[in-house]
Design a protein around this ligand. Structure first.
Ligand code: HEM
Length: 509
């Protein structure tokens, strides 16, 4: 590594002309001469700090990542002074209180073992390294590239999104974790780490559609279909969507109108599907159709007669949310998933418990990220000569945010523990209600956290780049988790109805 030059503060103070302008941030000296005319904040703010220490002013207006991006203007460090501010490196866990799950901040936990810690550390590094690319794609609204999807595939992270199961058994996951060890705590960590990107649209587009649709092939696909498609989907070479909802019907699967007419060797499908995540760029659609005596599930490959149109939603077009039209599309018998007219079973294999668990983990993580953002901002932002954190109203908002995030995390961990120790049938019997209630609670929590975080960040929470960019994403997109995978009202009602079923007939006040 090249040793940086050492300067005294007095030496820096002599570089104040526009064509020869130096500034100090922490213990580092930057030469702004070539950058000043390109500075997005204009020439004047930099001129004001010419030759001076701009640390406090800089951190009042920029995220730390700006320094990493413009590292090339660094020319030296201050003689005899050490850094007071740590520059976060890819893979680092935060040391800010409540910014990580407590077990990852040195607190005791009955749940986590070495495999979970190793996995989180390995995954954090990968996610941090891919973060800038993910954020660029999400804000441009682009289709996540094949190269990007394949990077996830190479680390087996598409397979990890689907949850614990045999598809992970012969692979090694980040942190050198054998896939066989992958349990619902690893799974929770997967969804939490990806949520830290603050790109809910892109994550939905890259992983969401596949996570909820692939189980239909894994559980009900014919062996030849499975053998051919699963490797392509888990490596990121192909994309897949679940196509159930229609303009006429959301959760009410029985009322779908997309129709499959039996013809020789297969089916002829006609109909429309709406709100299909990943649909705009999916190669395959696990599609609910009406057949002669019931609902069936067909795997439809993109071909002539399949049209996908983007639906403009509040989150990034990278989600690939689509309106899908099937017009006289021939689907061979080999692509029937499960048994004709018994598609409900296949729909159930999508495992709504797992989908909801994923949404819960993402919600808690996005809210926890907001806690860290707000805590840092409140500590460094000065208004009327005082740091924000010195205002009791700000501390009160932070307290509410922290308490609600921690309570949701603790409940999520309890659910993960139950999922680890119950088979599918027991989970379906005992956990549908609690998971429904937790999803309802987690997204209500997100609503409150997004609201408080916005008030703490002010106008910056309404700005897509800069200091408040994560808060802006949270407040614009948190409603997706409150609606997708079962709306809050349905989740809350499901929780209580399940509890009523288990209410003892002999219980009285
Ligand atoms: C290494 C030195 C610096 C670099 C690389 C840099 C870079 C940037 C960048 C990339 C932005 C756009 C940020 C965004 O959208 O979030 C920005 C905005 C800005 N910068 Fe700097 N900057 C530097 C130093 C300074 C200093 C010393 C000041 C003095 C106070 C300053 C004041 C501003 C202001 C006022 C804005 C606009 C902020 C806003 O819209 O809220 N910058 N700077």
């Amino acid at each position: 590594m090249v040793e940086l030059k050492k300067f005294t503060r007095e030496e820096v103070s002599r570089h104040t002309a526009e064509e020869d302008i130096w500034i100090i941030i922490d213990n580092v000296v930057y030469d702004m001469s070539k950058f000043i005319d390109m500075h997005p904040g204009g020439v004047f703010p930099i001129l004001e700090y010419a030759g001076k220490d701009a640390t406090e002013a800089f951190y009042g207006m920029h995220r730390q990542e700006v320094l990493l991006k413009y590292n090339r203007y660094k020319i030296g460090t201050l003689e005899g002074e050490t850094a007071q501010i740590t520059i976060r490196q890819p893979g680092d866990n935060s040391k800010v209180p409540y910014a990580e799950m407590s077990a990852f901040l040195g607190y005791k936990s009955p749940y986590y073992n070495d495999s979970h810690f190793r996995y989180q550390a390995g995954l954090r590094k990968i996610c941090d390294e891919l973060k800038a690319e993910a954020q660029e794609c999400d804000s441009a609204g682009d289709r996540p590239s094949d190269e990007f999807a394949k990077k996830l595939g190479q680390h087996h992270l598409l397979a990890a999104h689907v949850g614990p199961g045999p598809w992970l058994h012969n692979i090694i996951l980040p942190g050198n974790v054998p896939g066989k060890e992958y349990d619902y705590f690893h799974d929770m960590i997967t969804h939490q780490e990806f949520a830290r990107w603050g790109t809910s649209g892109l994550v939905a587009g890259l992983t969401g559609g596949m996570t909820i649709s692939l189980p239909t092939i894994l559980n009900y696909g014919k062996p030849a279909l499975k053998e051919k498609l699963v490797p392509l989907l888990l490596s990121g070479e192909k994309r897949m969507s679940l196509a159930i909802t229609e303009p006429y019907t959301g959760s009410d699967v029985a009322s779908i109108r997309t129709n499959a007419k039996k013809v020789e060797g297969g089916y002829l499908v006609n109909g429309v599907k709406k709100w299909i995540t990943t649909g705009r760029f999916a190669n395959y659609f696990a599609t609910a159709v009406k057949t002669e005596k019931g609902i069936s599930m067909l795997l439809i490959e993109r071909q002539d007669g399949v049209e996908t149109k983007a639906i403009k939603t509040a989150y990034s077009p990278s989600a690939g949310t689509a309106y899908v039209t099937f017009e006289n599309v021939f689907v061979p018998d080999a692509n029937l998933l499960g048994v004709e007219d018994q598609g409900f079973r296949v729909v159930l294999s999508v495992n709504f418990n797992h989908e909801r668990f994923m949404l819960i983990a993402q919600s808690v993580s996005a809210a926890r990220n907001a806690v860290e953002e707000c805590f840092k901002w409140a500590m460094q932002r000065k208004v009327f000569g005082k740091r924000l954190i010195e205002q009791p109203v700000i501390r009160n908002k932070l307290a509410k945010m922290i308490a609600s995030v921690e309570s949701c995390q603790t409940w999520t961990e309890n659910i993960a523990y139950q999922m680890n120790h119950m088979n599918y049938a027991e989970q379906a019997d005992k956990l549908a209600g609690p998971i429904g209630l937790l999803k309802y609670h987690a997204t209500r929590m997100m609503h409150d956290v997004a609201d408080d975080a916005c008030q703490i960040f002010g106008g910056r929470a309404l700005t897509k780049t800069g200091m408040g960019k994560y808060i802006e994403d949270l407040q614009r997109t948190y409603k997706f988790n409150a609606i997708l995978g079962g709306s809050e009202e349905i989740m809350a009602d499901l929780g209580v109805r399940q509890a009523i079923k288990k209410f003892p007939a002999d219980a009285r006040l």
